[in-house]
Write a protein that binds this ligand. Structure first.
Ligand code: CDP
Ligand code: MG
Length: 725
């Protein structure tokens, strides 16, 4: 360990100590005893005449054999080797920025070390749900304690922590922000760690601003900002020149191989690359970065097919494993386990969760097509959408780094070197600069922060985006004309949901249909439930027909959920109907929680009954209550025009709607080969004028297609509210 003073006296450079990791049980047990921490193990009493071994200070029980295995690994991590330095600097400073290579042990080790050093209650944020769960599980194993007691996690709709027992909690950044609703100084915690800060998610950025204020009010609070890359000076400056601690890990060289010419079908190219590796390169696992669940599952089935077809010829088979957040924990964990069969080559097909949030050991080959799904927001059209976009050069470097963790590796970039230099941005924009800020503004308001324009954001969003968000909150009834939060707005913020879905729920009792609306909210919160395997697409479409409500994708979702319940949540039934049983199970769980929340707020749970002829009309009206700003009317040719921002869009091919209703409400806007609206319901234009919002006041519209369409609708439905002269 060396301390290198530099021009910038705040920077402390620490390099990894070269002492070999202890490699026997005795050494570890011995060392454990000599560690000066509050968690010093004591000796367990002799049992059954056996010798007394060291015992877990947290549980008072002897350590399990898994403990010793994991202990050996963690002791070799760069962060562990720097533990004294890290603990000392955190104790001596209010805010510390810790930068370390992915896999150096930041997430798993730092929180625990601080706990052992005497901090009482620690929160460690994660931008991704899957990482929070995976890391909490790992740390509980490493500490040999039961998950949900001393170590726990909280993600949306899933709280595996104990209000008293949990002292180290991994929590998504969004959920920690919500904790501040109840406890605006986060006074439960004496140490807050913002992990993966380089990702610059919306919630992490808001938390940083919030915590900067809290630090002034709570002199005993300590904070650590952890980042895998760069921007660290940015963090130090933002936190009033906080010291920077750099833990350098051991990295092996990675040979970068660019494509020689542009690749047009990257999925095909990925498959070819895997074959090439498997048939020509020495043993070593493969990590592939793709953009989302569907693409990943598709690739997995292609690769499994290849493996089955050629296993005999090439000796070892492939073990193909997907990794994305919608997978259940038991499946996710398989990526960390040794291959099955042992001689197999593991091929992990992941989203960019594997870029920095989750480290998998043993990867030697990385295949990087250069794309990720990115949220893009266009404030002038108010459209937020997920777009498959080129990654940044920073991300590309991180991805390549995954190949050199345990030994030298190769990264295959499926784009040319020239594309890397000229087409990939150096780094990606923070999410706050490319988001619809409605939820953020509502959150800040709920936290009692009124001066939004001067809130201390690391990268302040354009005032225009803020104003548009406030305007939308006004239309939604969340703030009044004085920009004060209304009762409705306060309730909306209570739900861990998009504000539009929250409003749909809050207004649903008025339409006598809260039961259906809750089901719909749950279904909209899980991944797509309809499976459509390429080879059985026709069969899958035919099965889907059984659930179709012909004028509403929303109602169709509710019907699927109800049928799932009627069939006792049966997996076999799901398989027969091409439905994703895991997503449906998740929806059941979410639905239960939302219903409880509604009851606690004193909202009526009601339904017109399954046979009521107006059942789906009521539901469609509920949808409109939340999503009134997302309507579109039919233009003569093939397309719809969205209201106000007047984008030409088509009905997404997955929609159940086959006729062309003159007005529709939609859940999302997607850009793929064209512009589409997805999850759509027919609406009656007269409902627009009956909404408790000024959004459809004709005075709000300039001359143009939207205004003409509304005027026509008003005339046809005999509306008096028409403001036309
Ligand atoms: O946060 P950082 O990227 O610095 O590293 P980490 O997530 O703390 O991971 C340290 C080590 O723990 C890596 O070698 C991982 O492979 C291992 N780990 C694991 O095996 N299983 C997990 N669920 C999490 C981490
Ligand atoms: Mg980490």
């Amino acid at each position: 360990m060396t301390h290198v003073p530099s021009e910038d006296s705040h920077k402390i450079q620490v390099s990894t100590a070269k002492s070999p990791p202890p490699n026997s049980k005795r050494t570890i047990a011995h060392e454990l005893e000599s560690m000066e921490t509050s968690a010093r193990p004591s000796r367990c009493r002799e049992t059954n005449g056996g010798p007394a071994g060291p015992c877990n200070p947290w549980t008072g029980k002897p350590f399990s054999s898994l403990y010793y295995q994991l202990e050996e690994k963690r002791r070799a991590l760069p962060v562990f080797q720097e533990r004294e330095r890290i603990v000392e600097i955190v104790k001596r400073n209010r805010v510390v920025v810790l930068q370390g290579e992915t896999g150096s042990g930041k997430t798993t080790q730092v929180p625990r070390l601080l706990l052992e050093a005497g901090f009482q209650r620690i929160a460690c944020t994660q931008p991704r749900r899957i990482a929070a769960v995976s890391v909490a599980t790992r740390v509980a194993h490493e500490m040999d304690v039961r998950l949900g007691e001393l170590v726990g996690y909280t993600i949306r709709f899933e709280d595996v922590s104990h209000p008293k027992l949990t002292r180290l909690k991994y929590v998504t950044d969004g959920m920690l922000l919500r904790e501040a609703f109840q406890d605006d100084r986060l006074s439960r915690y004496d140490c807050i760690i913002l992990d993966e800060a380089h990702e610059r998610t919306l919630s992490t950025d808001v938390l940083m601003g919030l915590l900067k204020g809290i630090l002034k009010q709570r002199p005993e609070l300590h904070m650590v900002v952890m980042s895998a890359t760069l921007e660290r000076d940015h963090f130090c400056t933002y936190f009033d020149h906080a010291p920077l601690l750099n833990v350098s890990g051991r990295m092996h060289p990675v040979d970068i191989r660019f494509a020689e010419r542009p690749v047009f079908d990257y999925l095909f190219a990925v498959e070819q690359q895997v074959r090439q590796i498997h048939e020509n390169e020495p043993a070593g696992d493969v990590l592939i970065f793709l953009t989302g669940e569907e693409e990943i599952e598709d690739m997995c089935s292609r690769l499994r097919h290849y493996s089955r077809a050629t296993a005999r010829k090439h000796g070892a088979p492939l073990q193909v494993l997907p990794l994305y957040s919608a997978l259940p924990m038991s499946v996710q964990e398989r990526v960390f386990e040794p291959p099955r069969p042992p001689e197999a080559r593991k091929v992990i097909v992941a989203t960019n969760v594997a870029e920095t949030s989750i480290t998998i050991d043993g990867i030697t080959y990385v295949i990087d097509p250069g794309f990720a799904k990115v949220k893009i927001y266009n404030p002038s059209t108010r459209v937020e959408s997920l777009l498959v976009s080129p990654i940044s050069q920073d991300s590309a470097r991180q991805r390549a780094g995954r190949a050199g963790r345990t030994r030298p590796g190769i990264c295959y970039r499926l784009y040319t070197e020239e594309a890397f230099r000229t087409e990939l941005p150096a780094r990606s924009h923070p999410e706050i600069l490319r988001s619809n800020l409605c939820n953020v503004v509502l959150t800040l308001k709920k936290l009692g922060i009124h001066d939004l324009i001067h809130f201390d954001f690391m990268d302040p969003p354009a005032p225009d985006t803020m104003i548009r968000a406030l305007e939308m909150l006004f239309y939604l009834g969340a703030v009044d004309e004085e920009v004060e939060l209304t009762q409705l707005g306060r309730q909306m913020a209570e739900f861990p949901l998009d504000i539009q879905i929250a409003r749909m729920l809050l207004e649903s009792p008025r339409h006598g249909s809260s039961n259906e609306a809750i089901t719909l909210a749950a279904m909209l919160s899980v991944p797509n439930v309809f499976l459509r395997p390429r080879q059985q697409a026709d069969e899958a479409d035919a099965r889907k027909q059984r659930f179709v409500v012909s004028d509403s994708d929303h109602a169709t979702l509710v019907r699927v959920f109800e049928a799932f319940m009627d069939h006792g949540c049966d997996r076999q039934w799901c398989a027969e109907n091409y439905l994703n049983d895991r997503a449906l199970m998740h929806a059941v769980n979410i639905r239960r929680q939302l219903e409880l929340m509604m009851q606690r707020m004193g909202l009526r749970i009601c339904s017109p009954g399954r046979r009521a002829p107006d059942r789906w009309i009521r539901l469609r009206r509920c949808v409109l209550e939340g999503f009134f700003s997302q309507t579109a009317f039919w233009m003569r040719r093939r397309d719809y025009l969205t209201i106000r921002d007047e984008q030409l869009v088509g009905l997404h091919p997955s929609s159940v709607i086959r006729h062309r209703p003159s007005w529709v409400v939609f859940h999302e806007f997607v850009l793929t080969t064209g512009s589409y609206i997805r999850t759509v319901s027919q609406i009656e234009p007269k409902w627009l004028f009956e909404l408790p919002t000024k959004y459809y006041d004709l005075l709000e519209y300039k001359e143009g297609a939207s205004r003409r369409a509304l005027e026509l609708a008003a005339r046809l439905t005999g509306q008096r509210r028409s403001a036309a002269p």
